[in-house]
Ligand binder design. Structure first.
Ligand code: C5P
Length: 205
């Protein structure tokens, strides 16, 4: 199969030296890409800024912002059999980015944000038989929110995990599928979780 994976955070610049982002390290995307390539799949990883090197046998496209990621995914998605969205994409970006560094000024300042495209949701809307897998990271009402996301984004599997999984090597995820099944998995490494997700996709195809 040809498998497309997104990973990492996005950086949404407000001037040349400052950005909005989150603590994602890009490890989940790297492990997913490694697992897919090891199973012999043609693998493309679109990742936001990360310190990890390219995994072997994977075509890696490095991007910065949500808009960049969306552009690359739109290009790659139609040729893919499956897509796994593990990127922690910024929901909003600054409406404008200043060309020069913003100088220190008054005691308060307001930053106006505009909504970013939903990269995975867009794939859900355009999918033609592709298997789609997403992640949900919630602080409250995890199961309800994850199930709702799975429906909205037309996913075949959503992996619910907790905010502690940012950068962690071991997580205890829950798999939710459209048939209403919920499977709480024991703590495992992101490498083990990645192999399970790839096997899930293989079974569905
Ligand atoms: O809506 P929420 O961000 O919580 O959904 C999480 C899932 O959607 C993750 O799989 C994430 O990679 C994906 N996502 C995306 N583009 C966004 C927001 C989320 O691909 N702008």
């Amino acid at each position: 199969m040809r498998i497309l994976i997104t990973g990492g955070p996005t950086h949404e610049y407000l001037d040349p030296v400052r950005c909005l982002t989150n603590p994602s390290t890009g490890r989940m995307g790297m492990e997913l890409a490694r697992a897919a390539a090891q199973r012999g799949h043609e693998t493309v990883l679109v990742t936001g800024p990360t310190a990890f090197p390219d995994p072997k046998g994977v075509r890696v496209i490095r991007v910065v912002s949500a808009l960049d990621m969306d552009r690359s995914v739109r290009r790659e998605f139609p040729r893919c059999d499956a897509m796994i969205g593990s990127a922690a994409v910024s929901d909003y970006r600054p409406e404008t980015a200043a060309r020069s560094k913003i100088k220190k000024g008054p005691a308060t300042m307001t930053l106006r944000l505009v909504k970013n495209p939903d990269v995975l949701g867009g794939c859900g809307a355009r999918k033609k038989g592709q298997v789609l897998v997403g992640f949900a990271l919630e602080t409250d009402c995890g199961l309800e929110n994850a199930a709702d996301k799975m429906r909205r984004k037309r996913l075949d599997l959503i992996v619910l995990n907790s905010p502690e999984s940012f950068g962690a090597d071991r997580i205890g995820p829950t798999f939710l599928t459209p048939d209403g099944k919920r499977e709480a998995l024991p703590k495992m490494t992101k490498a083990q979780l990645s192999r399970r997700i790839v096997r899930f996709i293989e079974r569905l195809r």
